[in-house]
Design a protein around this ligand. Structure first.
Ligand SMILES: [Fe+2]
Ligand SMILES: [Fe+2]
Length: 201
């Protein structure tokens, strides 16, 4: 490929006429050299901007992978101990987190990054329902903080598509947070009577 295609540049067609003591082709070569440097600088700046956003997208993806693993594990445990209604809700939320992880991967790939493939934390197993809900509330709370920060950085970096993605995820994490928080509230206030409503299919 002709390297001159990447930046605006001047062409000189003709012989080597004199201009201020230089042949015309010399000043044109100097101008083109300056433009080429400016073009390279611009590309490096864009790459650095993407790099920063890719890191945030990947941190978010690793967080989503933790949430998926945690909620699916809880789904199996709840089904096992006959809290099917709550288990079903865990499964629904886990599937939403899968969609989040996938949307993040697609954006990372578009920005020419490599999507993270590992969760960012160990999951907890065998918890009773109240501590289980506390685990989930903490996961959502951390994601909310992470995505709020990411939105600010994306705005600074002028990456509006990534910003919109984080905003969409943030709204859904807030729904998840509210669900876990309300469920815990009911459990604390109503105890066994409320637990009974979480059983069955
Ligand atoms: Fe999520
Ligand atoms: Fe969530």
């Amino acid at each position: 490929m002709d390297e001159n295609q990447h930046f605006p540049h001047f062409h000189f067609v003709g012989g080597n006429e004199e201009f201020l003591g230089l042949t015309i082709s010399q000043p044109i070569a100097i101008i083109n050299k300056i433009l080429r440097r400016a073009d390279k600088f611009k590309k490096t700046k864009e790459e650095n901007m993407s790099q920063k956003v890719i890191e945030l997208l990947n941190a978010a993806r690793a967080r989503e992978l933790t949430a998926i693993t945690q909620y699916m594990a809880q789904h199996y445990e709840l089904e096992d101990s006959d809290y099917g209604k709550l288990g079903k809700k865990m499964k629904e939320i886990a599937i939403q987190e899968m969609k989040h992880a996938e949307a993040l991967a697609e954006r990372i790939l578009f920005l020419k990054g490599t999507p993270a493939s590992k969760p960012d934390a160990e999951i907890k197993k065998g918890q009773d329902i109240e501590p289980m809900l506390n685990t989930d509330i903490a996961l959502e709370d951390q994601a909310i903080k992470m995505y709020n920060d990411a939105i600010k950085v994306c705005a600074e970096e002028k990456d509006h598509i990534s910003k919109q993605l984080f905003e969409k995820l943030l709204a859904e994490e807030e729904d998840h947070f509210n669900f876990f928080d309300n469920t815990k509230d009911h459990l604390v206030k109503l105890g066994a009577a409320y637990l009974a409503t979480l059983t069955g299919e």
